[in-house]
Design a protein around this ligand. Structure first.
Ligand code: GYE
Length: 340
């Protein structure tokens, strides 16, 4: 009897396996997943690194990837998201150029039943947690705080801690998560220092070209007002690199006459630090592709994701590269191994 029961069990198992194996009811894992990714644009080396990482990870996972570069335009991203719904993708990956203005399209995606994973930047809308599975990215507030803390330490190091410090700020894209949060983080720390002033602050839209242009106008205005700029805080390295050119063209020595702070840790910033033109960069890794794929895989297994997943590279004690070799990592030791 025992034997009969076990034969019966085996037969049932074989039948149920066969039933799972094919036909219209095949589980998603048995077929190629279709993933739509709405990318912001190609505004910086960081963004290019992000795109490469997403493409590579999705390719390795065997996904069909529908990838749209929206040229930093919100309407193109909205269009891309709607196209993904029409094309019946299984998952949507989304890096929103700015935080607001997504309510309607996010509702449309939810109605279509497509899970969304936010990558890098986030959205701001009522009950936003109901509209995506998870957000994966860096702690931008912390990056701004790190930049300011470094500045205070550096000024102490060079014996200028008690001087009045005139700071200019190149902001990222207006209304984007990293621009909002890096500014907040930087101000959180410097607000307690009465000798620090941010005298001029404007967006350079995260591009080198605008970084240069806006820095030129900062310099012109400072000269007209008869004041000296001591520090540039740029929300990304790309803008810092443009500003470095402007500083040099104005006959000043970047890194020396004006302390230059950037964020991202792109290879070109390492080169600028080694050359003495930039003083520090704070790492914000764009290599989020593997975590994006891992998240899709977890959802495929029926798991629920945490709403916030910080990037794996977000280990702040090790990610500040400066001209301050005793305490921080030396840019010259890392410049050759940078992949973005
Ligand atoms: O700092 C900048 C890019 O959203 C964190 O976007 C990202 C930012 C990054 O254009 O270089």
């Amino acid at each position: 009897m025992k034997k009969l029961i076990s034969i019966f069990v085996v037969v049932i198992m074989v039948f149920s396996l066969a039933a799972c194996g094919g036909g219209a009811s095949a589980p998603a894992a048995d077929r190629q997943l279709k993933v739509g990714f709405a990318q912001i644009g190609s505004e910086s080396d960081w963004r290019v690194g992000s795109t490469n990482s997403i493409r590579q990870a999705c390719e390795e996972a065997g996904y069909e990837l529908l990838f749209v570069d929206a040229n930093q335009q919100q309407n193109l991203q909205v269009q891309a998201l709607r196209d993904f719904i029409t094309q019946g993708v299984d998952y949507i990956g989304f890096s929103p150029v700015v935080e607001t203005g997504w309510d309607q399209v996010m509702k449309e995606i939810k109605d279509a039943g497509i899970p969304v994973i936010m990558l890098d930047r986030n959205i701001d809308m009522p009950n936003r947690d109901d509209f995506y599975e998870s957000w994966i990215g860096a702690n931008f507030v912390h990056e701004g705080e790190r930049a300011a803390t470094w500045l205070i330490e550096y000024l102490e190091h060079i014996g200028r801690a008690d001087e009045n410090i005139n700071i200019v700020e190149l902001q990222g894209t207006v209304g984007s998560s990293p621009a909002i949060d890096r500014k907040t983080g930087f101000e959180n720390i410097i607000n307690s220092k009465s000798n620090f002033t941010i005298s001029q602050s404007q967006t350079g839209d995260f591009t080198t070209e605008l970084g240069k242009e806006v820095m030129e106008s900062f310099l012109t205005r400072a000269q007209a007002d008869g004041v000296k700029i001591d520090v540039l805080f740029a929300h990304n390295d790309g803008m810092a690199l443009g500003a470095i050119q402007a500083i040099r063209e104005a006959g000043l020595k970047p890194g020396d006459d004006i302390i230059v702070i950037g964020i991202d840790a792109v290879k070109l910033a390492f080169e600028a630090i080694v050359a003495g033109d930039q003083n520090v960069t704070i790492e914000c890794s764009p290599l989020l592709g593997p975590q994006f794929v891992e998240s899709i895989q977890a959802l495929e297994r029926g798991e629920t994701l945490p709403k916030i997943i910080y990037s794996n590279y977000d280990d702040y004690d090790e990610t500040l590269y400066a001209v301050f070799p005793d305490k921080y990592l030396k840019a010259s030791d890392y410049v050759d191994s940078r992949v973005y």
